[in-house]
Design a binder for this molecule. Structure first.
Ligand code: MRU
Length: 356
């Protein structure tokens, strides 16, 4: 995807450094940051300089490369892998990528370990690009079908950022939108602001603007009335962990959008690469839901007239706040899962049909 007309991936390896786009500074400043050590990678995931399920998986994979560059020591590598997995608990892609790397590296001798690790981290990133491109092509058919029926602009509501910035390229939920836009289909996106960190306003709207896709930011509570007024044709969101029964864990507030969509007979689709499927957990109550620092609620960040990023407290000093970062949308509210292999029902039968 492009920024100021130039194509970027969200992560890459150059001169023994991992390069990322610092997402805590977007949309105000576009800063490419170097990760030099595995600690840098862990910190970048924790403080959300990189975020989004597929991107934190790829960052963890490159984090292990940095760990090997620092020290060719198996116990250090093992500790690094554990700390990377623990850096954020909900998105399964993190563990998926670390486990895949560690499996690939087991039994590899000291001479070959760096080359093997780097190759596997690059493969994880390249595969994600291909998965997201295919998610786009599969989801495009759904948008095309609505456009043909409606013969007017297709209005899509999305939550959080399941865009290019949450993956390596294309995004998951945004990929069908970009494909539709590139094909000349008229699309307009309702972008949920996504409190408290405003990934919708700061990141989704930013990347849609850069690609020239029409979009409007709305408060997180506005989706319901837009649906009642017939101003939403479909909801399209990403996910951090989808269970084999089709239950979808995603950014807090997704569930409420699905309920409103159901009440208004609006299709609610979830886009995901297979690396986001948790085949083990059977009951969504076992998904570790991240609870982040309550200061993310009580402070807002923005840019002042001197171009300085500032943080301001908006809550009374004595007030407590709670910051659950994800919720679960039961499969019964999901119209379909858009994956790299095709679109399926949100159920064990649907997923197993695509992923034997
Ligand atoms: O807390 P974040 O910003 O990492 O949450 C991101 C989301 O909830 C996305 O919807 C999800 O990771 C899908 S990624 C394509």
């Amino acid at each position: 995807m492009k920024i100021n007309g130039k194509s970027y991936n969200t992560i890459w390896f150059e001169n023994n450094l991992v390069k990322i786009i610092d997402q805590t500074k977007l949309p105000h400043k576009f800063i490419i940051k170097d990760l030099k050590t595995v600690k840098d990678a862990i910190n970048a995931i924790k403080i959300m300089e990189v975020r989004g399920a597929p991107l934190i998986g790829a960052t963890a994979a490159y984090g292990l490369v940095l760990s090997i560059i620092e020290k060719k020591d198996l116990s250090f590598l093992k500790r690094s892998s554990e700390e990377l997995i623990a850096s954020r608990p909900t998105a399964i892609n993190l563990k998926w990528a670390v486990d895949r790397m560690m499996k690939k590296l087991s039994g590899i001798n000291d001479q070959d370990i760096l080359k093997t690790a780097l190759q596997e981290a690059k493969t994880i990133a390249e595969e994600d690009i291909e998965f997201c491109r295919n998610i786009g092509l599969n989801g495009l058919k759904i948008i095309e079908e609505i456009a043909n029926r409606k013969k007017d602009t297709v209005n899509i509501l999305t939550h959080c950022n399941a865009g290019w910035l949450a993956t390596i390229d294309w995004g998951t939920a945004t990929s069908p939108i970009y494909h539709a836009h590139q094909k000349g289909i008229k699309v307009h996106v309702w972008v949920d602001e996504t409190r408290p960190r405003n990934q919708g306003a700061n990141l989704t709207s930013y990347e849609l603007n850069e690609e020239g896709v029409s979009n409007t930011i709305i408060t997180d509570n506005a989706g319901g009335i837009l649906m009642q007024r017939g101003q939403v044709d479909m909801c399209l969101v990403g996910t951090d962990r989808t269970l084999s029964n089709g239950d979808v864990c995603n950014k807090i507030g997704t569930y409420l959008k699905a309920l409103a969509a159901k009440d208004n007979n609006i299709p609610f689709y979830v886009a995901l690469p297979s690396s986001t499927i948790d085949w083990k957990i059977k009951d969504h109550k076992q998904i570790p839901i991240e609870e982040r620092n309550s200061e993310e609620l009580s402070y807002v960040e923005g840019i002042d007239e001197n171009d300085k990023i500032k943080k301001l407290r908006i809550y009374p000093n004595k007030s407590k706040a709670m910051n659950l970062a994800f919720d679960v949308t039961p499969a019964k509210f999901v119209s379909g899962l858009i994956t790299e292999k095709g679109v399926c029902e949100a159920s064990e039968k649907g997923l197993k049909g695509l992923f034997k």
